[in-house]
Design a protein around this ligand. Structure first.
Ligand SMILES: Cc1cc2nc3c(=O)[nH]c(=O)nc-3n(C[C@H](O)[C@H](O)[C@H](O)COP(=O)(O)OP(=O)(O)OC[C@H]3O[C@@H](n4cnc5c(N)ncnc54)[C@H](O)[C@@H]3O)c2cc1C
Length: 407
């Protein structure tokens, strides 16, 4: 590429949200040229490539929220997209299981949300039905969610990248790290370690780095990305039979995380996790990884300290669990009591980009800000991979209105 090649829209971030947004703009505006810039050498290396691979139904989310609006719609579209492009996926269904009477009120709350969100086929189930669906699982009550499934989101992201590039004038450029912006009257020069690009409009989908990109553009929406690591264990091959499909606990309504669960992935292996602990590095995939810059960014923000104070007990228990196989196992045994230490082995880990407000709230819903010629996606946690195509539609509508895109 020559120096300062121009594009109508530059999307920063080659994760599933950036790619789905670029794809939807490209479909709706064939005359608009788009570049997706990804700092890594491959697409979908961070959150999109380190998640549970679950196609979420959409039942958990507050009715009317952006998550609720986009998850079920995005799920249906994702399944159609996977069918059309031959991407392996399975709508295997899941169960949410209460193992203690204290969880029953929250289980009912989740069920009612599912009904309000019109999630198809959900059913309350009792202990016998739990056993019929998952013979090794013990629960006192549950919810059956038939429309949940599994997929490899990296394959979806790669296909989106391919489709974007199929159109003349579009580029998906890996190894391009955005380092700054130079604002001009009718365009922005996007600075990268390589060639600079001219952009009429910018869409920031940089996930774990999205607040930094926003600040480079002079946008401070009062939130900071605080990274939360999620560790997984895997069931050994012999123990694999103890889980048929997906088993979830009842989530704690005070937290935006769904709790440690069992997932039979699309390749047939079974993962258990993820937990949620504060991470000392935004893109650090080991328990001891540390970045001074990232740690200072989190700890110098008042909201992070407020969160630590508010969730101090939960945080300490989660930390202990992260370093103790026994404690992690005891969490899993609540749902499958016959699991033993020999049944699980350490697996992968992922890092969630969780936006935190100055007041110390874990921002639950998606957060999107607009300023001048830019749109910044500042919070796209789970289920954003499931919802990506619907989020892409939303970003396309915003871009059409605010940037007045033609065609
Ligand atoms: C442990 C875990 C489990 C999850 N499980 C599920 C699940 O089962 N189902 C589900 O729907 N969702 C799940 N999620 C959430 C889902 O993975 C994310 O919401 C989604 O992947 C977010 O996509 P993204 O494109 O915003 O972010 P990312 O995939 O992180 O992409 C952002 C991209 O921006 C790039 N970037 C950053 N800075 C720059 C820069 N300066 N220049 C250029 N590029 C840059 C990064 O390299 C990265 O590739 C999970 C997330 C985690 C972490």
């Amino acid at each position: 590429m020559g120096q300062s090649v121009g594009f109508d829209v530059v999307v920063i971030g080659g994760g599933i949200v950036g790619l789905a947004s670029a794809y939807k703009i490209s479909l709706n505006h064939p005359g608009v040229t788009i570049a997706v810039l990804e700092k890594e050498e491959r697409l979908a290396v961070h959150q999109t490539g380190h998640n549970s691979g679950v196609i979420h139904s959409g039942l958990y989310y507050k009715p009317g929220s952006a998550k609720a609006r986009t998850c079920a719609k995005g799920r249906k579209e994702l399944v159609e997209f996977a069918k059309e492009h031959g991407i392996e996926h399975k709508i295997c269904g899941k169960i949410i299981v209460a193992t203690d009477k204290k969880q029953l009120a929250n289980l009912e709350r989740v069920y009612n949300r599912g009904v309000e969100n019109e999630i198809e086929g959900i059913e309350r189930i009792g202990p016998e039905q739990i056993k019929e669906i998952e013979p090794y699982c013990e629960g006192i009550a549950g919810i059956k969610v038939p429309c949940t499934g599994v997929i490899d989101f990296v394959k979806v992201a790669e296909k989106l990248g391919e489709l974007i590039e199929n159109k003349d004038g579009n580029k998906v450029l890996t190894g391009y790290e955005v380092t700054g912006f130079e604002k001009h009257d009718f365009f922005t020069r996007v600075l990268t370690g390589k060639d600079d690009l001219k952009a009429r409009f910018i869409i920031n989908c940089a996930g774990l780095q999205s607040d930094r990109i926003a600040r480079m553009d002079g946008v401070d929406a009062g939130v900071r990305i605080v990274p939360f690591r999620g560790d997984y264990y895997e069931l050994t091959e012999q123990a694999g039979e103890k889980v048929r499909n997906l088993i979830y606990p009842v989530p704690d309504p005070k937290l935006p995380f769904l709790g440690v669960h069992f997932t039979r992935l699309i390749d047939g292996s079974v993962e258990c996790g993820p937990n949620a602990v504060f991470s000392f590095k935004r893109e650090g995939y080991g328990k001891l990884e540390f970045s001074l810059r990232d740690t200072l960014a989190s700890l110098s923000f008042a909201g992070t300290i407020k969160i630590f104070i508010k969730h101090c007990k939960y945080g300490l228990v989660e930390y202990a669990r992260a370093f103790s196989k026994k404690l992690f196992l005891s969490q899993l045994q609540k749902m499958i009591p016959t699991l033993t230490e020999d049944d699980i082995k350490p697996g992968k880990c992922g890092v969630r980009a969780q936006a935190v407000s100055k007041k110390g709230e874990l921002i639950d819903d998606f957060k999107i800000e607009r300023k001048d010629n830019a749109i910044h996606i500042l919070n796209a946690p789970s289920p954003a991979a499931t919802a990506a195509l619907a989020i892409g539609d939303h970003i396309n509508r915003m871009a059409t209105d605010y940037f007045r895109l033609k065609d």
